[in-house]
Design a protein around this ligand. Sequence first.
Ligand code: FNR
Length: 226
Amino acid sequence: MTYIGGSGRFRGARGGLDTRAGRGQAGSMATINELAPPYRVGYFVGSLSATSINRSLATALLRLAPQDLVFTEIRIGGLPLYNRDFDGDFPPAAREFKAAIAAQEALLFVTPEYNRSLPGALKNAIDWASRPAGENVIARKATAVIGASPGPIGTAVAQQQLRSVLSFLQAPQMNAPEAYIQLRPGLIAEDGTVTDERTEDFLRGFMGSFFEFIERVLTVVPKPRP
Ligand code: FNR
């Protein structure tokens, strides 16, 4: 399913720079966007639970995101367990999964913490995405990680481990802001509305920062002439 980000706060807010390819002024510092917005963002929910608090968080993030981000959920629940014996001929579910990732400019991971690590279902999905050798579709995607738990650690340990995996897979990562969400009952309504104003502002800022990060990753700044 595809969603358009809701707030529109960052639409067109690029400081007057002409960011379209080929439009830079000769002799001046110009930026060239390989791709103009809107940007396609695939998102993963690391929980398979029908009552997942991380799915609620993802719904809230989509509502609060800049309009120039277009979201597609990339589901991980239908994948078989990764086995390198399939590297020569991936099953259809894994081929579709990889094609869905390849079609995105950026990836957002919204994940719980399981036993101080990332959930096995998410790690399994990433393993499919990374293989066969030389066909890692996560490489060079702009990525961000966020997660929610009922406890105060707010998935911090899982996120560190996920960051380590994304590093190995050569995905540029948004380093800051970090977001470790302690999600108490009622904080996010069923429709994704955030009931606490400070949390809402924080999550909106997180998605605004992600938009800016994606734009930086996709923007080429040429070297000044000698
Ligand atoms: C958990 N939970 C948990 N919470 C946490 O903060 N750190 C942890 O290491 C773990 N470990 C863990 C392992 C397993 C197998 C389960 C099922 C749960 C609790 C977890 O944060 C809580 O169940 C969340 O609600 C899970 O997120 P979703 O599925 O609701 O999105």
